[in-house]
Ligand binder design. Structure first.
Ligand SMILES: [Zn+2]
Length: 328
């Protein structure tokens, strides 16, 4: 938590301090924090419910809105209501007197949810319907969350928090190299799989005419360009494509990949100025905060992105981060 909060302070100039006791909680493990700006004025709060409790809490991790930012008029007085977020994870709890020893994936998940939380908490929009994560198009909503995940692979950030819990020893270099290598294991196949599903979803919504094709025929046309090993003849993946038939991703499956394009390209703005250049990182972080984290759904996401990046997103960064540049 210290590593995450230090990063938020470093790149977004916000301070996060424990505020346990300032608000009621639903379980003794739940923490309450205050977020303040550089002038030490409170701008938001959040709950963190970190640990798994299988008997009463569902799995996964999520950020949710407890209170949204808004200007409220009451008895002729207008007051600013500050946002409060819920960050809920299912980390391994502390056992046998040891602290909670998080896996790398649990750290990534925490950073991810914290990214959603930042967009909710740092909004400057005073209309609840467009503040924070509200009114943001589906395909841009994962930008701040995936952006934050990138920092887990940043050497300085990771080494600043990955210490042996007894000896204090920093994560050995060869483990760091393994993490980097594992990140891109089979990344070409993973990319193709997502592109295949995304194009299939769009093709079904865009071209499907029942009197002309079967859904399977639409899929077959995509196979030569989006698979290495063609599916077996008996493959009935379409019957199991729950995301678009039973979930919320109809004509929107592409947003998984698209949000990665956005988040990788946004992170590359920090890489371009130099991840070790504190002044440049602070300036870039401030710009990220004042655009992507502040403007919520008050403008089209592409307009906000262009204010941050000075141009439309490009795919170079996601290809580089995926280790696919030599293959392009
Ligand atoms: Zn998310």
């Amino acid at each position: 938590m210290r590593g995450l909060f230090a990063l938020a302070e470093r790149i977004f100039a916000i301070n996060i301090a424990p505020a346990d006791g300032d608000a009621p909680v639903w379980h003794e493990d739940v923490r309450y924090f205050q977020v303040s700006d550089e002038t030490e004025v409170a701008i938001a709060h959040f709950y963190l419910d970190p640990y798994s409790r299988p008997e009463e809490k569902r799995g996964g991790a999520w950020m949710d809105e407890c209170i949204g930012r808004g200007k409220i008029s009451e008895n002729g007085q207008t007051v600013l209501r500050l946002p409060v977020a819920y960050l809920v994870c299912n980390q391994t709890p502390p056992v046998d007197g040891k602290p909670a020893l998080m896996t790398f994936e649990e750290v990534e998940t925490l950073f991810h949810e914290f990214g959603h939380g930042l967009q909710h908490m740092l909004t400057q929009v005073d209309y609840p319907g467009a503040a924070g994560i509200n009114n943001i198009e589906w395909d841009a909503v994962e930008l701040p969350s995936q952006f934050m995940e990138n920092w887990c692979y940043d050497r300085a950030t990771l080494m600043g928090m990955a210490h042996h819990y007894e000896t204090g020893e920093t994560l050995p270099e060869h483990y760091y190299q393994k993490l980097l290598a594992a990140r891109n294991y089979m990344s070409g196949s993973a990319m193709l799989r997502q592109l295949h599903f995304s194009l299939l979803d769009l093709a079904l919504h865009h071209h499907y005419q029942p009197e002309r094709d079967t859904p399977q025929q639409i899929r077959e046309r995509l196979i030569p360009t989006t698979t290495v090993l063609p599916p077996l003849p008996e493959d009935q993946f379409l019957c199991a494509f729950g995301h678009i038939f039973a979930g919320g991703y109809a004509a929107g499956y592409y947003s998984y990949k698209w949000a990665e394009v956005l988040s990788a390209d946004a992170f590359s703005a920090f890489e371009e100025v130099g991840l070790g250049d504190e002044i440049a990182i602070a300036a870039t972080g401030r710009r990220f905060r004042e655009t992507i984290l502040s403007l919520g759904g008050s403008l089209h996401p592409m307009e906000i992105y262009k204010i941050f990046r000075g141009r439309e997103p490009q795919t170079a960064a996601i290809l580089r981060h995926s280790g696919l540049v030599p293959a392009v």
